[in-house]
Design a protein around this ligand. Sequence first.
Ligand code: GUN
Length: 289
Amino acid sequence: MKLIDGNKIAQSIIESLTKEVSKINGPKPTVAFIRVGEDPASVSYVRKKQKTAENIGIQSLLKILPDSISQEELIEEIEAFNDDSNVHGILIQAPLPDHISETTIFNTVKPEKDVDGFHTLNIGKLCQEDPSGFVACTPAGIVELIKHSKIQTEGKHVVVLGRSQIVGKPAALLMIQKGLPGNATVTICHSKTQNLEVITKQADLIIAAIGRPNFVSEAMVKEGASIIDVGINRIPDSSKKSGFRLVGDVDFEAVSKKCDHITPVPGGVGPMTVAMLMQNTLNAYKNQR
Ligand code: GUN
């Protein structure tokens, strides 16, 4: 079993971004975060993203809005950042309250400032394999992990668990792209999939993004398969100061014994998402200069 060290790979990306940003004279790249409500995971993710931006020399702004905000008011806040030429990237932390349409909100962000890659135009560009678009940070981070770990995807069977807009669908699109990593045969499974275990057992690479703690068991994995675990699930744990611990979608203890490469949780995909956001922000800045 080879452990994929997401922290180390993310750190090397962050170091190269830091060098690049230090050479910029004049106004620095700037990313604006919008957080709606006080969901503890969202608070923690946005804090981590801001801290990493600061370490790199990327400026960040944070607008915290109440859960009660209307969709129209939220749109106005986004438009203010769209119109601000000092802001190069905009990120609205998901999930949003139920009365707000995430699709509408993500499509309000100017595509050239859409560092999350959630705008319809950027998703369309991903479908068309047009590299001028932004790719969502988690799927982009997964590709980097696969590249760094030299996991083969050409002609291999990649099984993606989960069909979310943020991870499952774009990850599947990246795996079928012409090129490397890519050129894979991809199956997307979801909550209505029948005979799931029969499918996952055929996988050379499993990308698990379903948000169910320890869901992928030893019996679901072929000997020698590789595993990318996207899940970040909070499990109550009274022995921790925070009152919880993080576990992935994969039963790491059992599955790691029989697989080739595997990502840990935490320290696998999570840090890569943040690193790719920083890369997207620097690219957005360059495109707008
Ligand atoms: N919520 C969970 N992952 C993400 C992400 O990558 N971007 C945003 N904006 N919200 C998220």
